[in-house]
Ligand binder design. Structure first.
Ligand code: CMP
Length: 221
């Protein structure tokens, strides 16, 4: 039952029932309250996590408290592999945005999974390649796009899994600013420019995409 439910979400979709059962047999489950930290940047990494339910923010904090959000992870996404595969300490912080249930797999069992389950390892590599691709695009965008282009790109990225017509998503301006690695004021100005251009609407934390094609061309897609 849980196996077939999990097969509907990205990470598990291509794994065999045997692989999924294997993950279950070695994973514990932990529940995090909204706002609770899963771990902080620079902590020693001992576990690998897969999101069962909820939403996890991956972010870094620099200097005097400036934050940059790298990703929002949802059901079926994983995190915590980098310190287990490489540098031992966490490269970023992870925090629950809402009540979230996580599968927790120890370092030893994670390594066994990689060695014994080629489909799991391939899936892991595939996701890491996607994340690197996205990070490269973001560097490109930071170097060559202005705040409007970067905001357009962020809106498209964050709304990727929303399928309403028109596309709607709930996000506050602070979250958008942290996703762009900037402060609220320039983001607020850029939102107003997009609103005046009839490209988006934004009220009380809800963003509606009114002109997807314009947004895509601003993002350079
Ligand atoms: P680790 O370094 O162990 O702890 C922080 C985790 O955040 C890291 O492993 C990855 O799983 C995850 N992470 C880091 N950067 C990104 C990113 N750009 N996109 C998605 N997840 C990331």
């Amino acid at each position: 039952m849980v196996t077939s439910l999990l097969k509907q979400v990205s990470f598990f979709k291509d794994l065999s029932n045997g692989d999924i059962r294997k993950i279950f047999s070695i994973a514990g489950i932990k529940i995090y309250a909204p706002g609770q930290m899963v771990f902080a940047k620079e902590d020693l990494g001992n576990n690998f996590f897969i999101v069962k339910t909820g939403r996890i923010k991956i972010f870094t904090t620099v200097g005097g408290g400036k934050k940059k959000t790298f990703a929002y992870l949802k059901k079926g996404d994983f995190f915590g592999e980098m310190s287990l595969l490489g540098g031992r300490v966490r490269s970023a912080s992870a925090q629950a945005m809402e009540e979230s249930e996580l599968f927790v797999i120890s370092r030893k069992n994670f390594k066994r999974l990689i060695c014994e389950n080629p489909d799991f390892s391939l899936k892991l590599l595939h996701t890491l390649a996607d994340r690197l691709h996205k990070a490269n695009k973001e560097v490109e965008s930071m170097l060559f796009h202005n705040i409007l282009g970067r905001l357009a790109e962020a809106i498209l990225e964050l709304s990727k899994d929303k399928h309403t017509k028109p596309v709607k998503m709930a996000i506050d301006q602070n979250e958008l600013a942290q996703y762009l690695g900037t402060t609220r004021v320039p983001v607020c100005r850029a939102i107003n420019t997009l609103k005046r251009g009839g490209i988006i609407d934004y009220r009380r934390g809800e963003l509606v995409i009114l002109n997807q094609a314009r947004l895509q061309s601003m993002a350079g897609n």
